[in-house]
Design a protein around this ligand. Sequence first.
Ligand SMILES: Cc1cc2nc3c(=O)[nH]c(=O)nc-3n(C[C@H](O)[C@H](O)[C@H](O)COP(=O)(O)OP(=O)(O)OC[C@H]3O[C@@H](n4cnc5c(N)ncnc54)[C@H](O)[C@@H]3O)c2cc1C
Length: 393
Amino acid sequence: MSDYDILVVGAGPAGSTFARYMAEKGYKVGILEKKKEVGLPLQCAGLLGKKIKNLNTLPEEFILNEVNGAYLHSPSDHIMRVSKKDTQAYVLDRVGYDKYLAEIAAGEGAEILLKHNVKSVNSEMGTVKLANQGQKEISARVIVGADGHSSSISNSFNKSSNTVKASQYLVETSKPLETDFVNLHVNSALSPGFIWSIPLSENQARIGLFGDHDYLSLKQILSKFMQSQNYLNDIKILKKYHGEIPVFDSKKALVNKKALLLGDAASQVKPTTGGGLLIGFACAKIAADVVTKALDEDKTSILKEYEIQYRKEFEKELKTQLMVQKTFELLSDKDLDEMFIKLKEKGAEDIISTYGDMDSQSPLVKELLKRGLIFSVLPKVLYRSVSQIWKFF
Ligand SMILES: Cc1cc2nc3c(=O)[nH]c(=O)nc-3n(C[C@H](O)[C@H](O)[C@H](O)COP(=O)(O)OP(=O)(O)OC[C@H]3O[C@@H](n4cnc5c(N)ncnc54)[C@H](O)[C@@H]3O)c2cc1C
């Protein structure tokens, strides 16, 4: 007899949400978390599309700010302003929210074991070994690896995931910020990563970036950027954070025998922004339905349905984003500047405002392609390479 019906490795937002769904149904759920405190340190900009309200519970107390638009900046600061009338995204107190999600999972009966660092998994037997408990072994009928970007559960049946690094500062500004707009800055040194400035209030913002660089280079790019922005001239850095974002991997196996992967561990992140919370929450629901069926029918083979359903729901959108990402990677700063100028001239601000959605980007891409805008704003020398990228769209 197993110790648990389900063992979730990782008390991040995806793991806690899945654990809550299963505990609510009366299963015996254990969550193994290597840290001594859930949610810390902060490793997130906390910007979540409005769809979060359909995908998870979100009490008002964790919403620090609401935004309804973005200023998109080219390397030489040609700016496009895109917005909608109503709230498009929430800026969250991510630390508080992670703790809350873990608490409500525990409230439903999930047992959270802190300082439990999983060292290895045996997917066939349904057991995990802990690194810091004298090789202690714990068993379950199903094991869910929700252990983040460098998941040891994933590594047991996939090659190691690639990640990119991200750095972020919490800053206090002396000049008031426009609180309902985020600022996103692209440049070829970071591409497909970018720099963000996300207001938390009139005088506090999270300023960060991600890209395929080491932390020192990211810090240098960020310092240079901050010096170049008037509104950031007279600021106080209150805190510094850093973290890693998994590179989306469409080939990753998500299920192996009694184990399945969820959230960053499954590289369930948007290729264009690295954001993973919303997909993680949606997949927690898919996983809960499939795992319930597998347990009730006592058939581990049913777990494969999770991967099938995930791909059916997300593959097209994620592959479109991958194509956007690959296109951006081809562009120099000069190309990006020219692209912004041309897009603006062709009315792209209105088109992006109408069709843009930070979580489903395919409708906008489809519209831009339909209007012939993607190719007409790119340098002619890149047509061939860009056509190769988009030939299956
Ligand atoms: C700087 C930065 C900014 C970001 N901004 C955004 C954003 O604005 N919006 C957005 O949607 N996403 C954002 N993301 C991504 C987002 O933070 C992740 O997608 C999200 O945290 C994934 O949740 P998760 O539960 O899958 O994994 P995690 O939040 O990484 O949780 C995994 C948990 O597993 C635990 N763990 C790891 N290994 C083990 C082990 N061996 N044994 C036991 N426990 C283990 C960890 O301690 C952790 O608690 C950002 C990421 C970074 C780095």
